[in-house]
Design a protein around this ligand. Structure first.
Ligand code: SF4
Length: 332
Protein backbone atom coordinates (compact mmCIF):
# COMPACT_ATOMS: atom_id res chain seq x y z
CA UNK A 1 0.00 0.00 0.00
CA UNK A 2 1.12 3.55 -0.75
CA UNK A 3 1.29 5.44 2.56
CA UNK A 4 0.90 9.18 2.91
CA UNK A 5 3.03 9.28 6.06
CA UNK A 6 5.65 6.82 7.30
CA UNK A 7 7.36 7.42 10.63
CA UNK A 8 10.21 5.10 11.53
CA UNK A 9 12.16 4.86 14.76
CA UNK A 10 11.49 8.50 15.71
CA UNK A 11 13.50 9.78 18.68
CA UNK A 12 12.95 13.22 20.23
CA UNK A 13 14.66 14.62 23.30
CA UNK A 14 14.70 17.83 25.32
CA UNK A 15 17.86 19.03 27.06
CA UNK A 16 16.82 20.55 30.39
CA UNK A 17 18.65 21.62 33.57
CA UNK A 18 17.53 18.36 35.17
CA UNK A 19 18.93 16.24 32.34
CA UNK A 20 17.88 14.85 28.95
CA UNK A 21 14.17 14.12 28.68
CA UNK A 22 13.63 11.41 26.06
CA UNK A 23 10.05 12.32 25.10
CA UNK A 24 9.71 10.02 22.06
CA UNK A 25 11.51 6.67 22.01
CA UNK A 26 11.58 4.76 18.75
CA UNK A 27 8.08 5.45 17.47
CA UNK A 28 6.99 3.75 14.21
CA UNK A 29 3.66 4.14 12.43
CA UNK A 30 2.09 4.80 9.06
CA UNK A 31 -0.96 6.72 7.86
CA UNK A 32 -2.69 5.89 4.58
CA UNK A 33 -4.54 8.52 2.48
CA UNK A 34 -7.99 9.15 3.94
CA UNK A 35 -7.25 7.22 7.13
CA UNK A 36 -8.02 8.49 10.66
CA UNK A 37 -5.34 7.39 13.11
CA UNK A 38 -5.83 8.24 16.79
CA UNK A 39 -2.87 8.57 19.15
CA UNK A 40 -4.04 8.07 22.72
CA UNK A 41 -2.29 8.39 26.06
CA UNK A 42 -1.91 10.46 29.23
CA UNK A 43 -0.31 13.92 29.26
CA UNK A 44 3.43 13.68 28.77
CA UNK A 45 3.38 10.32 26.94
CA UNK A 46 4.90 11.86 23.79
CA UNK A 47 1.83 12.04 21.56
CA UNK A 48 1.89 15.81 20.98
CA UNK A 49 5.68 15.83 20.58
CA UNK A 50 5.31 13.15 17.88
CA UNK A 51 2.75 15.35 16.09
CA UNK A 52 4.91 18.47 16.40
CA UNK A 53 7.84 16.52 14.93
CA UNK A 54 5.84 15.90 11.75
CA UNK A 55 5.41 19.67 11.36
CA UNK A 56 9.00 20.32 12.57
CA UNK A 57 7.54 22.50 15.33
CA UNK A 58 9.67 21.13 18.17
CA UNK A 59 11.07 24.21 19.99
CA UNK A 60 14.82 24.01 19.46
CA UNK A 61 16.57 24.45 21.84
CA UNK A 62 15.75 22.66 24.12
CA UNK A 63 14.08 20.08 21.83
CA UNK A 64 15.77 18.04 19.12
CA UNK A 65 14.79 15.20 16.82
CA UNK A 66 17.75 12.89 17.40
CA UNK A 67 16.86 9.95 15.22
CA UNK A 68 14.49 8.27 12.82
CA UNK A 69 12.72 9.26 9.69
CA UNK A 70 9.45 10.98 8.72
CA UNK A 71 8.48 10.36 5.10
CA UNK A 72 5.54 12.46 3.89
CA UNK A 73 4.36 12.06 0.30
CA UNK A 74 7.54 10.14 -0.50
CA UNK A 75 9.84 12.90 0.82
CA UNK A 76 11.95 13.01 3.97
CA UNK A 77 10.56 15.78 6.17
CA UNK A 78 13.59 15.79 8.46
CA UNK A 79 15.87 16.91 5.62
CA UNK A 80 13.76 19.96 4.82
CA UNK A 81 14.87 23.43 5.89
CA UNK A 82 12.58 26.03 7.48
CA UNK A 83 11.70 27.65 4.12
CA UNK A 84 10.69 24.29 2.65
CA UNK A 85 8.68 23.45 5.78
CA UNK A 86 6.75 26.72 5.50
CA UNK A 87 5.47 25.49 2.13
CA UNK A 88 4.22 22.28 3.74
CA UNK A 89 2.67 23.72 6.91
CA UNK A 90 -0.86 24.95 6.32
CA UNK A 91 -0.67 23.73 2.72
CA UNK A 92 -0.22 19.94 2.52
CA UNK A 93 -0.44 19.44 6.29
CA UNK A 94 -2.94 21.36 8.41
CA UNK A 95 -3.00 21.49 12.18
CA UNK A 96 -5.83 22.02 14.65
CA UNK A 97 -4.61 23.00 18.12
CA UNK A 98 -6.14 22.35 21.52
CA UNK A 99 -6.61 25.99 22.44
CA UNK A 100 -7.37 28.18 19.39
CA UNK A 101 -6.98 31.34 21.50
CA UNK A 102 -3.23 30.75 21.81
CA UNK A 103 -2.94 30.20 18.06
CA UNK A 104 -5.21 32.98 16.77
CA UNK A 105 -3.76 36.50 16.78
CA UNK A 106 -6.05 38.64 18.98
CA UNK A 107 -5.34 41.90 17.12
CA UNK A 108 -6.01 40.65 13.59
CA UNK A 109 -9.48 40.08 12.15
CA UNK A 110 -10.51 36.50 11.53
CA UNK A 111 -10.66 37.27 7.79
CA UNK A 112 -6.97 38.26 7.72
CA UNK A 113 -6.00 35.05 9.52
CA UNK A 114 -8.20 32.66 7.51
CA UNK A 115 -7.12 34.11 4.16
CA UNK A 116 -3.39 34.21 5.00
CA UNK A 117 -2.60 30.65 3.87
CA UNK A 118 -4.77 30.99 0.77
CA UNK A 119 -2.87 34.07 -0.35
CA UNK A 120 0.52 32.63 0.62
CA UNK A 121 0.21 29.08 -0.70
CA UNK A 122 -2.43 29.38 -3.42
CA UNK A 123 -1.54 32.87 -4.66
CA UNK A 124 -5.17 34.04 -4.38
CA UNK A 125 -6.13 37.70 -4.50
CA UNK A 126 -7.68 39.14 -1.33
CA UNK A 127 -11.14 39.09 -2.95
CA UNK A 128 -10.87 35.46 -4.05
CA UNK A 129 -9.45 34.39 -0.70
CA UNK A 130 -12.37 36.08 1.08
CA UNK A 131 -14.86 34.23 -1.13
CA UNK A 132 -13.13 30.97 -0.26
CA UNK A 133 -13.18 31.91 3.45
CA UNK A 134 -16.97 32.39 3.25
CA UNK A 135 -17.30 28.91 1.68
CA UNK A 136 -15.10 27.43 4.40
CA UNK A 137 -17.17 29.05 7.17
CA UNK A 138 -20.34 27.62 5.61
CA UNK A 139 -18.67 24.23 5.46
CA UNK A 140 -17.72 24.24 9.14
CA UNK A 141 -21.11 25.59 10.21
CA UNK A 142 -20.34 29.21 11.15
CA UNK A 143 -23.51 31.26 10.53
CA UNK A 144 -23.45 34.70 8.84
CA UNK A 145 -19.91 34.15 7.50
CA UNK A 146 -19.51 37.56 5.83
CA UNK A 147 -20.05 39.48 9.07
CA UNK A 148 -18.25 36.94 11.28
CA UNK A 149 -15.13 37.22 9.13
CA UNK A 150 -14.86 40.90 10.05
CA UNK A 151 -14.75 40.11 13.77
CA UNK A 152 -11.83 39.39 16.14
CA UNK A 153 -11.09 36.10 17.96
CA UNK A 154 -12.47 37.32 21.34
CA UNK A 155 -15.89 37.78 19.71
CA UNK A 156 -16.16 34.01 19.08
CA UNK A 157 -17.17 31.32 21.59
CA UNK A 158 -14.79 28.39 22.28
CA UNK A 159 -16.65 26.07 19.90
CA UNK A 160 -16.80 28.71 17.17
CA UNK A 161 -13.08 29.45 17.54
CA UNK A 162 -12.39 25.75 17.09
CA UNK A 163 -14.51 25.83 13.91
CA UNK A 164 -12.38 28.78 12.71
CA UNK A 165 -9.26 26.66 13.33
CA UNK A 166 -10.77 23.81 11.33
CA UNK A 167 -11.62 26.22 8.50
CA UNK A 168 -8.01 27.49 8.55
CA UNK A 169 -6.62 23.94 8.57
CA UNK A 170 -8.87 23.04 5.63
CA UNK A 171 -8.24 26.19 3.60
CA UNK A 172 -5.62 24.75 1.25
CA UNK A 173 -7.24 21.28 1.15
CA UNK A 174 -4.33 19.51 2.88
CA UNK A 175 -3.70 15.80 2.47
CA UNK A 176 -3.15 15.42 6.22
CA UNK A 177 -4.68 17.20 9.22
CA UNK A 178 -3.18 16.82 12.68
CA UNK A 179 -5.80 17.52 15.36
CA UNK A 180 -4.11 17.85 18.76
CA UNK A 181 -6.75 17.47 21.51
CA UNK A 182 -9.23 19.42 19.36
CA UNK A 183 -12.13 19.11 21.79
CA UNK A 184 -10.52 19.17 25.25
CA UNK A 185 -11.53 22.76 26.04
CA UNK A 186 -15.13 22.32 24.84
CA UNK A 187 -18.33 21.17 26.51
CA UNK A 188 -19.71 17.75 25.59
CA UNK A 189 -22.33 18.89 23.05
CA UNK A 190 -19.90 21.11 21.12
CA UNK A 191 -17.29 18.34 21.42
CA UNK A 192 -19.63 15.94 19.59
CA UNK A 193 -20.33 18.52 16.85
CA UNK A 194 -16.62 19.19 16.28
CA UNK A 195 -15.80 15.47 16.14
CA UNK A 196 -18.61 14.90 13.62
CA UNK A 197 -17.23 17.77 11.56
CA UNK A 198 -13.71 16.30 11.57
CA UNK A 199 -15.10 12.89 10.61
CA UNK A 200 -17.05 14.50 7.75
CA UNK A 201 -13.79 15.93 6.32
CA UNK A 202 -12.39 12.47 5.91
CA UNK A 203 -15.46 11.33 4.01
CA UNK A 204 -15.76 14.45 1.89
CA UNK A 205 -12.14 15.24 1.01
CA UNK A 206 -10.38 11.91 1.72
CA UNK A 207 -8.15 13.87 4.10
CA UNK A 208 -6.01 11.71 6.38
CA UNK A 209 -6.31 12.73 10.02
CA UNK A 210 -4.09 12.16 13.04
CA UNK A 211 -6.31 12.65 16.08
CA UNK A 212 -4.43 13.14 19.35
CA UNK A 213 -6.33 12.70 22.60
CA UNK A 214 -6.02 11.48 26.18
CA UNK A 215 -9.63 10.23 26.06
CA UNK A 216 -10.40 6.86 24.48
CA UNK A 217 -14.09 7.86 24.52
CA UNK A 218 -13.34 10.57 21.95
CA UNK A 219 -11.93 8.15 19.37
CA UNK A 220 -14.85 5.69 19.49
CA UNK A 221 -16.64 6.04 16.18
CA UNK A 222 -14.03 8.43 14.78
CA UNK A 223 -10.78 6.53 14.19
CA UNK A 224 -9.87 3.71 11.80
CA UNK A 225 -6.82 2.76 13.86
CA UNK A 226 -5.60 3.53 17.36
CA UNK A 227 -2.04 3.84 18.68
CA UNK A 228 -1.72 3.81 22.48
CA UNK A 229 1.39 5.63 23.73
CA UNK A 230 3.07 5.33 27.12
CA UNK A 231 6.41 6.81 28.23
CA UNK A 232 7.35 7.88 24.71
CA UNK A 233 6.68 4.46 23.16
CA UNK A 234 3.77 2.92 21.29
CA UNK A 235 2.58 0.09 23.53
CA UNK A 236 -0.49 -1.08 21.61
CA UNK A 237 -1.83 -0.62 18.08
CA UNK A 238 -4.82 -1.99 16.26
CA UNK A 239 -8.02 -1.21 14.45
CA UNK A 240 -10.70 0.63 16.41
CA UNK A 241 -12.52 -2.65 17.11
CA UNK A 242 -9.35 -4.47 18.14
CA UNK A 243 -8.28 -1.84 20.66
CA UNK A 244 -11.74 -1.08 22.05
CA UNK A 245 -13.13 -4.65 22.07
CA UNK A 246 -10.04 -6.83 22.46
CA UNK A 247 -7.40 -4.63 24.14
CA UNK A 248 -4.20 -6.48 25.04
CA UNK A 249 -2.14 -4.09 27.17
CA UNK A 250 -2.88 -3.41 30.87
CA UNK A 251 -2.43 0.33 30.24
CA UNK A 252 -5.14 0.24 27.53
CA UNK A 253 -7.34 -1.68 30.00
CA UNK A 254 -6.81 1.13 32.49
CA UNK A 255 -7.67 3.79 29.92
CA UNK A 256 -10.86 1.93 28.99
CA UNK A 257 -11.91 1.46 32.61
CA UNK A 258 -11.51 5.18 33.27
CA UNK A 259 -14.00 6.14 30.51
CA UNK A 260 -17.60 6.71 31.74
CA UNK A 261 -19.99 4.06 30.32
CA UNK A 262 -23.67 4.38 29.52
CA UNK A 263 -24.35 0.85 30.82
CA UNK A 264 -22.75 1.50 34.23
CA UNK A 265 -24.92 0.58 37.24
CA UNK A 266 -25.95 3.51 39.45
CA UNK A 267 -23.40 4.12 42.22
CA UNK A 268 -20.53 2.42 40.39
CA UNK A 269 -17.31 4.43 40.38
CA UNK A 270 -14.83 4.98 37.57
CA UNK A 271 -11.55 3.15 38.04
CA UNK A 272 -8.59 5.51 37.60
CA UNK A 273 -5.12 4.27 36.65
CA UNK A 274 -3.28 4.54 39.95
CA UNK A 275 0.22 5.98 40.25
CA UNK A 276 2.00 8.57 38.16
CA UNK A 277 3.40 8.46 34.62
CA UNK A 278 7.14 7.74 34.69
CA UNK A 279 9.87 10.35 34.73
CA UNK A 280 11.14 10.56 31.16
CA UNK A 281 14.62 11.51 32.39
CA UNK A 282 14.97 7.80 33.17
CA UNK A 283 16.54 5.22 30.91
CA UNK A 284 14.22 2.20 30.91
CA UNK A 285 15.69 -1.28 30.87
CA UNK A 286 12.34 -2.93 31.65
CA UNK A 287 8.63 -2.26 31.11
CA UNK A 288 7.98 1.42 31.96
CA UNK A 289 4.41 0.59 33.07
CA UNK A 290 5.71 -1.84 35.73
CA UNK A 291 5.18 0.37 38.84
CA UNK A 292 1.50 0.86 37.93
CA UNK A 293 0.70 -2.60 36.57
CA UNK A 294 -1.53 -5.06 38.48
CA UNK A 295 -0.36 -7.97 36.31
CA UNK A 296 3.43 -7.58 36.51
CA UNK A 297 5.52 -10.77 36.40
CA UNK A 298 9.18 -11.42 37.16
CA UNK A 299 10.34 -10.88 33.59
CA UNK A 300 8.65 -7.45 33.46
CA UNK A 301 11.31 -6.03 35.80
CA UNK A 302 14.19 -7.69 33.95
CA UNK A 303 13.57 -7.10 30.24
CA UNK A 304 11.86 -4.54 28.04
CA UNK A 305 8.88 -6.27 26.41
CA UNK A 306 9.18 -6.61 22.62
CA UNK A 307 6.15 -6.40 20.32
CA UNK A 308 3.92 -9.49 20.27
CA UNK A 309 1.01 -10.50 17.99
CA UNK A 310 2.70 -8.98 14.94
CA UNK A 311 3.30 -5.39 16.01
CA UNK A 312 0.11 -5.19 18.03
CA UNK A 313 1.21 -5.01 21.66
CA UNK A 314 4.29 -4.48 23.79
CA UNK A 315 3.60 -6.49 26.94
CA UNK A 316 4.98 -9.77 28.32
CA UNK A 317 1.41 -11.00 29.01
CA UNK A 318 1.17 -11.70 25.30
CA UNK A 319 4.14 -14.08 25.30
CA UNK A 320 2.91 -17.58 24.33
CA UNK A 321 3.97 -18.95 27.76
CA UNK A 322 2.48 -16.12 29.85
CA UNK A 323 -0.49 -16.82 32.16
CA UNK A 324 -3.93 -16.00 30.76
CA UNK A 325 -5.38 -12.82 32.20
CA UNK A 326 -8.92 -11.75 31.49
CA UNK A 327 -9.75 -8.10 30.94
CA UNK A 328 -13.08 -7.00 32.38
CA UNK A 329 -14.43 -3.79 30.87
CA UNK A 330 -16.22 -1.08 32.73
CA UNK A 331 -16.27 0.34 36.20
CA UNK A 332 -15.58 -1.38 39.48
FE1 SF4 B 1 2.44 -5.11 33.06
FE2 SF4 B 1 4.52 -6.69 32.55
FE3 SF4 B 1 2.83 -6.09 30.61
FE4 SF4 B 1 4.48 -4.24 31.57
S1 SF4 B 1 5.06 -6.10 30.46
S2 SF4 B 1 2.33 -3.98 31.14
S3 SF4 B 1 4.55 -4.78 33.75
S4 SF4 B 1 2.38 -7.28 32.46
Amino acid sequence: MEYLLQISNLEVEFRTYAGVVRAVRGVDFVVAPGEVVAIVGESGCGKSVTAQSIMQLIPSPPGKITGGSIIFNGEEILRKNEKQMQKIRGNSIGMIFQDPMTYLNPVLTIATQVTENLRLHKGMTRKKALQRAVELFQLVGIPEPESRLKQYPHQFSGGMRQRVMIAMALACEPQLIIADEPTTALDVTVQAQILELIKGLKERFRTAIILITHDLGVVAGQADRILVMYAGQIVETGTLDQVLKEPLHPYTWGLLKSVPRLDAVKGQKLTPIWGQPPDLLQHFTCCPFLPRCDYAMGICSREMPPFFNGSRVRCWLNHPHAPTVEFKKGVS
